[in-house]
Design a protein around this ligand. Structure first.
Ligand code: ATP
Length: 517
């Protein structure tokens, strides 16, 4: 069994109706994607898993659906107008544009890969007695690579924090970083580039009518803090959860749906008493990791990355990174945002955004711990982990290979496929349609009668359907069917009346939520 490479994953997404390039017939719009018939189901299920885990399992978390357009002052207060920038650099020869920080990170990754290679060689040489930690701490060459990478990342962090673009440029030149496309080391200066898209509101021309497409959903939550608190009478600590679109004019948008210009976020802002935020930050880190692991993603594909360089609003921050086909990358951020946002909105709007604490009889601006995950990145993580190729016995018992999407069953787009053994026997197709009509009340189902049964199984494997129900001649006599399990390939005969219960045990969202309690 093996996960398939990135290119295969992207073409599988297209071929089987999960993700298409936006405006493909016009050669495609870069970094925008459309979700196809199975993609939209999977994405909705991911959203439901997140939403229910937040709002159903926690009585102190409530939902919100704020509008995308907001008063432009929101983005002034939040710091996005002045500081939501990426450092941009162009290569003079190839004319390609890059994010300066990503070039430096790429350099560090390459250097660390050299260290890993040394370690692997040594592990082979020393065999069983090899102690990796000791080797990394004592081998001169490995230590040298590690120091080189650490020092580059540290200097980059300092330059980004202080907004020193010249220092970033100097670092790229000093590290002799070349353009990945042309190999040239001729760079322009580094410039700040604001990532917000702007548009015009109504008929108001010029700057007066300029509004932004929100670059994060969080601000819709902050400006509604008092509304929600008053109308739900929540006491601190409590959270507000929201799922919605966000827009960023990313400089370099590659890697399929990993980095898009229009994407969807699932964000929860948790309001706490000042001084308790680090405890809550740790709790939410743990809770969010559990949410990922509960899906069955292997533990070694997930890790925390604690931030050294903190954003202007945070006093602690970590990413949950997932091992995508192109390496470990951020999947979710957990940030302790202090009272930065609420205070800034309070100051600029002149409206109080405070909480009256009945226990201490005082009013204060709450602190905030945020969990923020990209729905599309989560989709990519689920697909990357699910798509596998494996050798299985075919109908004659011979080895054959199959491509299968082992999507966690509660997230699968189609839960059951109902298949009459033969297409041109009306008694079979009628019976199968009867079964289908019963099951479709409980789950998203599919009826398929085209091609040989083996091919139909393969088609369902490719879209990740956990169960195939086959109706054969015996079914006409005994009202029983064969239920095939996608993962184990086990085939169980059972009465039609029991199928729904059997399937439900594995595909219900509740079976996942239960594990989170
Ligand atoms: P990155 O460093 O990858 O640009 P970020 O740190 O800017 O991400 P946040 O602002 O913390 O990201 O946003 C929260 C989450 O939103 C991210 O963890 C990611 O899952 C998602 N996200 C951010 N930008 C994009 C994008 N351009 N396309 C898809 N998802 C995104």
């Amino acid at each position: 069994m093996a996960n398939l490479d990135f290119k295969t994953l992207v073409s599988h997404c297209k071929e089987y109706g999960f993700v298409y390039q936006s405006s493909e017939i016009y050669d495609g719009l870069s970094a925008a994607y459309d979700y196809g018939p199975y993609g939209v189901e999977l994405k909705n299920n991911i959203k439901r898993y997140w939403w229910e885990a937040m709002t159903r399992l926690n009585s102190n978390i409530v939902g919100l659906d704020a509008s995308i357009f907001m008063d432009p002052q929101v983005w002034k207060a939040s710091g996005h107008v002045d500081a939501f920038n990426d450092p941009l650099i162009d290569n003079k020869q190839s004319k390609k544009r890059y994010r300066a920080d990503q070039l430096i990170e790429g350099y560090a990754e390459k250097v660390l890969a050299k260290a890993d290679k040394e370690v692997k060689k040594a592990a082979k040489r020393f065999g069983e007695s090899f102690d990796e930690a000791q080797y990394r701490a004592t081998n001169g060459r490995v230590m040298g690579y590690q120091e080189k990478a650490d020092s580059a990342l540290k200097r980059m962090g300092e330059a980004l924090t202080s907004g020193d673009m010249q220092a970033l440029y100097d670092l790229i030149v000093e590290l002799e970083i070349a353009c990945p496309d042309s190999g040239s080391r001729e760079w322009t200066e580094v410039r700040q580039f604001n990532l917000m898209f702007s548009t015009q509101l109504g008929a108001v021309a010029g700057d007066a009518g300029k509004i932004y497409l929100r670059p994060e959903t969080a601000q819709g939550i902050f400006v509604n803090f008092s509304n929600v608190q008053k109308s739900t009478r929540q006491k601190l600590p409590f959270g507000i959860a929201q799922i919605g679109k966000a827009f960023r004019n990313e400089i370099v948008a590659r890697q399929f749906i990993f980095r898009m210009r229009e994407f969807e976020q699932m964000e929860m802002q948790f309001f706490v008493k000042p001084g308790t935020e680090i405890d809550w930050y740790e709790k939410w880190k743990e809770a969010r990791m559990k949410w990922h692991l509960t899906l069955g993603h292997p533990a070694e594909k997930l890790k925390f990355h604690d931030h050294d360089a903190l954003a202007h609003y945070a006093n602690a921050a970590a990413d949950i990174e997932f091992e995508f086909p192109f390496g470990f990358r951020e999947l979710e951020g957990i940030h302790s945002r202090t009272d930065f946002d609420l205070t800034a909105h309070q100051e600029l709007s002149g409206k109080k955004l405070q909480y009256f604490d009945p226990e201490t009889n005082e009013s204060y601006v709450p602190y905030v711990v945020e969990t923020s995950i990209g729905c599309d990145r989560m989709f990519l993580a689920v697909m990357a982990n699910a798509l596998q190729e494996e050798t299985v016995p075919d109908a004659d018992g011979k080895d054959s290979s199959r491509t299968v999407l082992k999507i966690p069953a509660p997230l699968a787009p189609v839960k059951v496929a109902v298949l009459p053994l033969l297409k041109n026997r009306e008694e079979l197709t009628n019976k199968a349609k009867e079964v289908f009509d019963k099951l479709k009340l409980h789950f998203p189902c599919q009826y398929d009668e085209k091609d040989a049964i083996g091919r139909r199984y393969r088609r369902q494997d490719a879209i990740g359907t956990p169960y195939c129900v086959t109706v054969d001649f015996e079914s006409l006599e005994d009202d029983a069917v064969t239920v095939r399990d996608r993962d184990t390939l086990e085939q169980i005969r059972m009465p039609i009346t029991e199928v729904a219960m059997h399937v439900k045990g594995k595909v219900s969202l509740e079976s996942l939520l239960e594990k989170l309690l």
